[in-house]
Design a protein around this ligand. Sequence first.
Ligand code: NAI
Length: 392
Amino acid sequence: MQTGTSTIGVVGAGAMGSGIAQLAAQAGHTVVLVDQNESALERSAAALAKVAERLVEKGKWSAADSERIQSAIDRAMAIEKLAACDWVIEAIVEDLGLKQSLFQSLETIVAPDVVLATNTSSLSVTTIAGKLQQPERFMGLHFFNPAPLMALVEVVPALQTNAAHVDRAKAMMDAWGKSPVVTKDTPGFIVNRVARPFYGEALRIFEEGLATRETIDAAMRDAGFRMGPFELMDLIGNDVNYAVSCTIFEAFYNDPRYRPSLIQKQHVDAGWLGRKSGKGYYTYGEGQTPQTANNASIDTKQFNWIVERIVAMLINEAADACYLNIASPADLETAMTRGVNYPKGLLAWCNEWGARATLNILESLQIRYGDDRYRPSPVLRDLAAQKTSFSL
Ligand code: NAI
């Protein structure tokens, strides 16, 4: 267990805020967790007590750890309680106006050298910073759910952020045992942007009737992914996944590469949200085995083209993110392997296939569909022409 000396403020005691507060307490910090809703604070404390009990039973925490971590978190409803904090991390609802007004209030409460961070997953960090008196001390710290378990944290400087704060944030995330990656403030940051084709291309193949959901899932699992696209969408929630797809599509001014699928919308409209509603792409009735478990019979030829098509689109996104300096090649690889557990980094995958072979897949899709969705990243053309690969 680490020993952080500073006091961390967390606003929002929902799933994310509670996890972040736990992490900070585990790292040795004193934590002030604020929520305007008292019952959210009570639920958060009860959930942590349950986690602590389980971890003590499993021998992962000592009884003293459990006591120390739980008592390190002070809970309150008034944001004034954050006055003595050294950092404040916000995890309230995903609403631009609410987040901006919260940070405007926080600026009047905390000291001028306190760093303020948002855990937003889809809003522009720069837009939130735009309303602040001291935007240079503001940034995104994007944790993944569940925060105590997921290694990745995307550190997102706004256009206005002072670079020294980015270094401090990275050092703090390292001290918390996380794998921080730095990403530009663009829609979806790294993971939610680069992963879009995992769902989008699978939906397109399914929509065209070229393969069943079961076959697509089985093919992707066979390629090393822990879950296929349809079972994963059911786990995430089709409403959540569709909302992220729409946000990113709109934020990129309707770039066809990110166009959501009508199938997603219909599933949401029908209330087929996935595991949480008992039905999504698969059925999860009590005692019922989802069809996904009955592995589709292996047809190597079919598996190969499904994987080629989806992975080529994923590589294209990662290559473009690299080309546009959204993140360093190393951080792009870390983000996809540690944030969403891809079997390997997408740039390494490209090197394995060769830029020319990846380009061939994308170009043949572009010719077949006549669609800008499949336009290859310029960096793939450069690498293919120079017969080189990504340096990793
Ligand atoms: P949640 O709905 O579970 O919790 C939000 C909490 O904020 C609630 O307890 C609510 O009472 C409180 N709250 C709302 N407005 C407040 C205010 N003005 N002052 C104090 N408390 C306030 O939400 P969740 O899922 O924890 O998400 C929080 C943030 O984290 C969102 O921005 C979300 O986009 C982001 N995020 C969520 C992930 C997820 O998988 N749930 C993953 C990564 C980021």
